[in-house]
Write a protein of this length. Sequence first.
Length: 157
Amino acid sequence: MTTPIGGAGATNISDVLGKSNQEAAKSSNKLDQDTFLKLLVAQMKYQDPSNPADATQFLTQTAQFTQVEKLGVIADSMAKLDTLASGQASMLQSQLMLGASNLIGKTVTAKDPAGGADITGVVSSATFGGSTPTLKIGDTDVALSDVKDVRQNAKPV
C-alpha cells in the first residue's frame, strides 16, 4: 500500500467520504460499493507521487471489489430462492389437503399404522394437522402417504 503525504495539507479520509457516508457505514456495520470506490479513488488521488501505488495492488483491490459485489448478488439470489421454496412448500401443502379431501367417501387400502395387515375401508374424514393430512378409516387414523389403493364406491342401481 502507499502512504499519503503527511503534513499540514494532508486530507483526512472522513473529509473525502463525507460525514453522512461515514455515519451510514457505522450504523449498518458494512461498507457498500460506493464507499469502496471512494476509498480507492482517494487512495489514488492522495498517493505519494514518488512512490505510486503498485499496479498489482490496484488489480487485487479491483478483483476483491468484484468478488464482494458478486457475493452480494448471490446473497440476493439466495433470499429469492428461499422465498420461492417457501411458496412451493405452501402450494404442496394445499395440494395434499385437496387430495385428502377428495378421498372422503372413497374406499381406500392403506398400511396399518399399528404395523399389522393393511386396512381397507371408506374414508369418513380428513384432518389437516401436522406435515401430512390424516384420513379417518373406520376408527383408525391413517396418514395420506400410507394410502396404497383408492377405489370409487359402487353406485347404487
